[in-house]
Write a protein that binds this ligand. Structure first.
Ligand code: PEP
Ligand code: MG
Length: 756
């Protein structure tokens, strides 16, 4: 019999059992009977997770007295191993397995063969379904498949309390009650409280057993068609520029979307009697299970793509569309996700979104930069958080200390409230500094500017009293837009920004897309051809190749700045000619406007980001051509250390206060001495007090930082004596101590300079 046929046979019989009016235990007893019979097995047992242990809930073939008596821990024995690893075991000789554990009360000593599959609900094992046989034999693939399908149905039935009594507290997703603290990595400091909201809401599968197989098949066909249409549409967005070329679709997505094997497996699952939703989920579960066995990071990445597509298909077929952002946040919320893109974060309502907890994430990933700009605390690398939290749970996010507390009790809530109050007090102190100019103790005026990227950010300029915008990330507009922002939309934004800034300067950086700032409409070629997108076709490289993009942006900026000054900065310049080429695009546009007698900017000045180490080697050639340099320490660090800024495994590995970086930055600073070029830092490093102290010590006088850091940095500046820290940094960089961070911290503490 085929896998589909044998699963269908079981399903039909399960259906009959479910329709019966008997109580839950009786139904469960019948279920094991049916499975044992259908798979021609002498034993069939169901273990379910109750109060943290796997308990035998029903058996056909083992000693009935063991029911609700035999319990084992997750990870204990074969059953526990299956639940722990969420894996299938198929053994001709159970005793030969290292995890075999004999439980005398069950009377299972005579059975040799054993096959077990996890009962999985929302990616967590909540039980185990297993069969045993006296004769040593391995179960066939079709039998295992039938078991897995049955396990899936059981999980849904159990979750909907159709196979267990109401009072039986099976540990399911929603059964979390205890307070738990998960540690993570602070990505954006701050405190927040709110209800857990999953970025990708779980699709509720209401019905698992199909009533009309043909109808389910049609639903899946239609969903596939729609999904393929959506994927194809992504690639058909008209590209800017002269060629009128079209963007290609992300090949991986396309490959999966059109993969015959995938749709066939879903169809087979429907053949076995599942609804379209259940069939998609069933195939996805099987894939997840396979992936757990393969330890290949490249393949794992591909599997994330397939997982995304599978969720998309599930959303289409079930009509449950959108992320939590599209559904809208109803209360103060803490967002839970594996990872997020910057554009996805921007879709949320800022008033209700109080914090973000990610299972992945790293300090300089763009989503984190966006969150910082939005003033939203983020905790990253909170491993396993998605499995340990349920939608709607109360959460306290303490991104200052790097923890998230799930389901806190009243005492914790009170303690948190005290800290909130202290925080507010501190914020008030910073607010008082708003109109205070940041002079060092020895009388040097430090320029403190903000990084911005959205219209809304401009209000921070007044609120913080910063000196201007040292980095306006123009790509944010591209990230939040579903299609390429047309020139007039760009113009409107730039004009609004300049209006909001008044007489404070704004440095506009031309688009830096590509890398971890992927925009679907622009170029999927980027993501797909670039094995290392951060080092790939991004930022100015992309803008120079797609001249239409840069031209449009140049025109928009020049027109927006008509009658006032314009500062333009190019990202990721690696060699001086790239700067020249980009500047020429602007100068040509200026000529174009002049020829048409348009009102021109009063002055246009050009500068570079220094993010690529190669540029530091040719500063003597570059400096005479530019007005300012802004060091982008986020990218610079990843290139200096060859460590991907978005890779969570490397997030804590290298320190901004390491001699390698500081010596490098010091050299750059020394190279500009005596030249009429303004030097600053606009990477995240400058917004951290200890790092900023080091930067001041090696000659940096201009910092462009995240708005929330302006108060703390101003406070720092006013306590520093540049001569003193300069001499100390010189000494340390000539002969670095083992732990420069610790030394610097001690140095600051001795002088009562707060640096945390
Ligand atoms: C940087 O690389 O430091 C920088 C400021 O640019 P972004 O973070 O936008 O890449
Ligand atoms: Mg950068």
């Amino acid at each position: 019999m085929s896998a589909a046929a044998s699963a269908r046979q079981i399903l039909t019989r399960l259906h009959e059992i479910m329709a019966g009016r008997t109580h839950a235990q009786h139904k469960l007893d019948r279920v094991v009977e049916v499975i044992a019979d259908s798979l021609n097995s002498e034993v069939c047992s169901i273990y379910l997770l109750r109060e943290g242990a796997l308990e035998l809930f029903a058996t056909q073939g083992l000693n009935p007295a063991a029911v609700h008596v035999t319990r084992m821990a997750v990870g204990e024995g074969l059953t526990g191993t299956i639940a722990k690893n969420i894996e299938t075991l198929n053994l001709a000789e159970a005793k030969a397995h290292p995890d075999f554990l004999y439980r005398p009360e069950t009377g299972e000593e005579k059975f040799h063969s054993f096959a077990g599959v996890p009962i999985v609900y929302r990616e967590r094992a909540v039980g185990v379904l297993c069969v045993q046989h006296v004769e040593p034999r391995r179960y066939e693939e079709v039998e295992i498949e039938a078991l897995q399908t049955t396990a899936m149905i059981l999980s849904e039935l159990i979750a909907h309390k159709e196979l267990v009594d109401d009072e039986e507290t099976i540990t399911f997703g929603e059964a979390h009650t205890e307070t738990e603290v998960i540690e993570g990595l602070t990505l954006v400091k701050g405190l927040a409280a709110g209800q857990a909201v999953f970025h990708q809401p779980r699709i509720e599968i209401d019905q698992v057993v199909a009533e009309d197989i043909e109808a389910e098949r049609q639903r899946v066909y239609r969903a596939f068609d729609k999904m393929r249409e959506q994927i194809d549409a992504l690639g058909k967005e008209p590209e800017f520029g002269k060629g009128g070329e079209h963007v290609e679709v992300l090949e991986t997505y396309k490959m999966f979307a059109y993969d015959e094997g995938w749709s066939r497996r879903i169809n087979e699952a429907i053949d076995s009697g599942l609804t379209a939703e259940a069939a998609i989920e069933r195939v996805q579960q099987r894939t997840r299970m396979r992936m757990r066995e393969i330890d290949d990071p490249l393949l794992q990445d591909r599997m994330h793509d397939l997982e995304d597509l599978s969720n998309r298909l599930l959303r289409i077929v079930s009509g449950q569309l959108g992320t939590a952002a599209t559904q809208g946040l109803r209360r103060d919320s803490i967002l839970i996700a594996r990872n997020l893109g910057p554009a996805e974060l921007l879709e949320y309502d800022r008033r209700r979104l109080k914090g973000v907890v990610l299972e992945e994430g790293s300090l300089t990933a763009h989503v984190v930069i966006v969150a910082r700009a939005m003033g939203i605390p983020v905790l990253g690398r909170a491993s396993g958080v998605r499995a340990r939290v349920s939608e709607g749970d109360e959460i306290l996010l303490d991104a200052d200390r790097g923890t998230v507390t799930l389901r806190p009790g009243q005492q914790l809530l009170d303690a948190f409230e005290t800290r909130f109050a202290k925080n507010r007090e501190r914020q008030a102190t910073y607010a008082e500094l708003r109109d205070v100019e940041p002079f060092t103790r020895d009388g040097t005026r430090i320029t403190v500017m903000i990084n911005a990227g959205l219209r809304d950010d401009m209000s921070m300029l007044q609120l913080t009293g910063a000196d201007g915008v040292g980095l306006f990330r123009t790509e944010f507009q591209f990230l939040v837009s579903a299609t390429l922002p047309a020139r007039d939309r760009q113009l409107r934004l730039y004009r609004d920004v300049l209006d909001a800034a008044g007489d404070k300067p704004v440095i506009f950086r031309t688009v830096d897309i590509g890398g971890d700032k992927a925009v679907p409409y622009l170029n999927s070629q980027v993501a797909e051809r670039d094995e290392n997108p951060a080092m790939g076709w991004r930022a100015l490289r992309l803008s120079l190749d797609r001249e239409g993009l840069l031209k449009a942006q140049a025109r928009a900026l020049l027109e927006a700045a008509a009658g006032r000054s314009l500062s333009v900065m190019f990202p990721m310049v690696s060699e001086p000619w790239e700067f020249d080429a980009a500047k020429k695009v602007f100068e040509d546009q200026l000529e174009f406007l002049r020829a048409r007698r348009k009102l021109l900017p009063e002055a246009v000045e050009y500068g570079c980001m220094l993010e690529v180490p190669s540029l530091a080697e040719v500063l003597d050639l570059l400096i005479p051509r530019i007005s300012f340099i802004s060091v982008g320490t986020n990218d610079l660090t990843q290139f200096l250390f060859a460590a991907d800024r978005a890779n969570p495994l490397l997030a804590e590995r290298y320190d901004w206060l390491s001699p390698a970086i500081l010596r490098f930055l010091q050299r750059v600073s020394q190279a500009t001495v005596g030249h009429p070029v303004r030097l600053g830092v606009c990477g995240e490093m400058g917004g951290r007090r200890l790092e900023a102290l080091a930067l001041l010590g090696i000659g940096y006088r201009r910092l462009s930082i995240t708005p929330v850091a302006v108060g703390p940095i101003k406070e720092l500046v006013r306590k520093v004596d540049l001569g003193e820290i300069g001499a100390q940094m010189n000494q340390w960089l000539l002969s670095p101590p083992a732990d420069l961070r610790a030394e610097l911290k001690r140095w600051a503490e001795q002088r009562d300079i707060e640096v945390d």
